[in-house]
Design a protein around this ligand. Structure first.
Ligand code: DOR
Ligand code: ZN
Length: 346
């Protein structure tokens, strides 16, 4: 069993950094281990225009710890009134790396999202033409569809028809949580990849619901049954280049999580690499960790891989991570994998 593992510095292909004092408090947690991250645009109000993304990027850069090389890769929040010229200019200038599709009402701050995919077809066609990738929150919002089925139904009703109509559009199906998602991506040769979160590799819906409701495990898409978790672990540890890390680390203050109507989101930035090393070691696939965290993402996004390295060290006694990160917006609970962690970065 190796005592240490040196890999190319990882990137996070799906991250929520928020704004203001929350941003200030949680940004160091991602900047410590990760080289770059795709920054989600679901602020209030959302990051819709090139001007919004320019201003948000400056606020992130300003909040970075001194001497940090962390690079935020900005996204625009797709609305039914998105201006394709503004979007194309943001892409051409190098400001944005992707555009994010939230079905309206699917998750946190998604009210300005897309009600009907038909209404954004001209924008998506333009994106296909200029090679601008689309990150997709893949869940339907139809109240008649059970929350545990919303991803599978999204593939059937929205994603498969969209990709049939517009095969040239480069799509990232984000935070895949089902074997349906894994299979759909696995069947595809071109222009489709999937991100997988740390927490969906570790928890299933029992962790959320058995023995009392655990609000810090509530996220969207919701954790599914164990067979789905196993399919995700298989995909992540397989070495298949179509799957890579997007933590979806999404901080909410504890009072907002521990509430009668708690917010969705798991905050895993602090201990993600330790959790992943555990999962990959457990699966006998430590040699596949670098691909998942550091190589497959840049390859799909046509970006160079990071030039520096990190070293993961395995300790005989468990490593402790903070239980909470104190921020100016209140405490944020760090993801508890439910087992001792023996790995640390550095
Ligand atoms: O759990 C989640 N939290 N899922 C999302 O899609 C959004 C995110 C957030 O912004 O809190
Ligand atoms: Zn997210």
């Amino acid at each position: 069993m190796p005592k240490s593992l040196t890999i190319t510095r990882p990137d996070d292909w799906h991250l929520h950094l928020r704004d203001g004092v929350m941003l200030q408090g949680i940004l160091p947690e991602s900047a410590r281990d990760f080289g770059r991250a795709i920054i989600m645009p679901n602020l209030v109000p959302p990051v819709v225009t090139m001007a919004d993304a320019t201003a948000y990027r400056s606020r992130i850069i300003k909040a970075l710890p001194k001497n940090s090389d962390f690079q935020p890769l900005m996204t625009l929040y797709l609305t039914e009134t998105t201006d394709p010229d503004d979007m194309a200019a943001a892409h051409a200038s190098g400001l944005i790396t992707a555009v994010k599709l939230y079905p309206a009402g699917a998750t946190t701050n998604s009210d300005s999202g897309v009600k009907d995919i038909k209404n954004v077809m001209p924008v998506l066609e333009h994106m296909a033409k200029i090679g601008l990738p689309l990150c997709v929150h893949g869940e339907v919002t139809d109240p008649n569809v059970d929350i545990f089925d919303r991803e599978a139904v999204f593939i059937e009703r929205v994603l498969a028809p969209l990709r049939q109509n517009l095969p040239e559009l480069r799509v990232i199906m984000e935070h895949v949580t089902t074997s349906d998602g894994v299979d759909y991506i696995g069947e595809t040769e071109k222009n489709l990849a999937g991100t997988i979160t740390t927490h969906h590799l570790i928890i299933n819906r029992n962790h959320l619901l058995v023995g009392g409701i655990k609000p810090h495990y509530y996220c969207l898409p919701i954790a599914k049954r164990e067979s789905h978790r196993m399919a995700l672990v298989k995909a992540a540890t397989s070495g298949d280049k179509r799957f890579f890390l997007g933590t979806d680390s999404a901080p909410h203050s504890d009072p907002n999580k521990e509430s009668a109507c708690g917010c969705a989101g798991v905050f895993s930035a602090t201990n993600t690499m330790a959790c992943l090393a555990h999962v990959f070691e457990d699966t006998g696939a430590l040699d596949k960790l670098e691909g998942f965290t550091s190589l497959h993402g840049p390859a799909y996004y046509n970006l160079p891989v990071n030039t520096d390295k990190i070293t993961l060290t395995r300790h005989d006694t468990p490593v402790s991570f903070p239980e909470k990160i104190e921020t100016g917006a209140g405490p944020v609970t760090v993801f508890d994998p439910g087992f001792p962690l023996h790995w640390s970065v550095g």
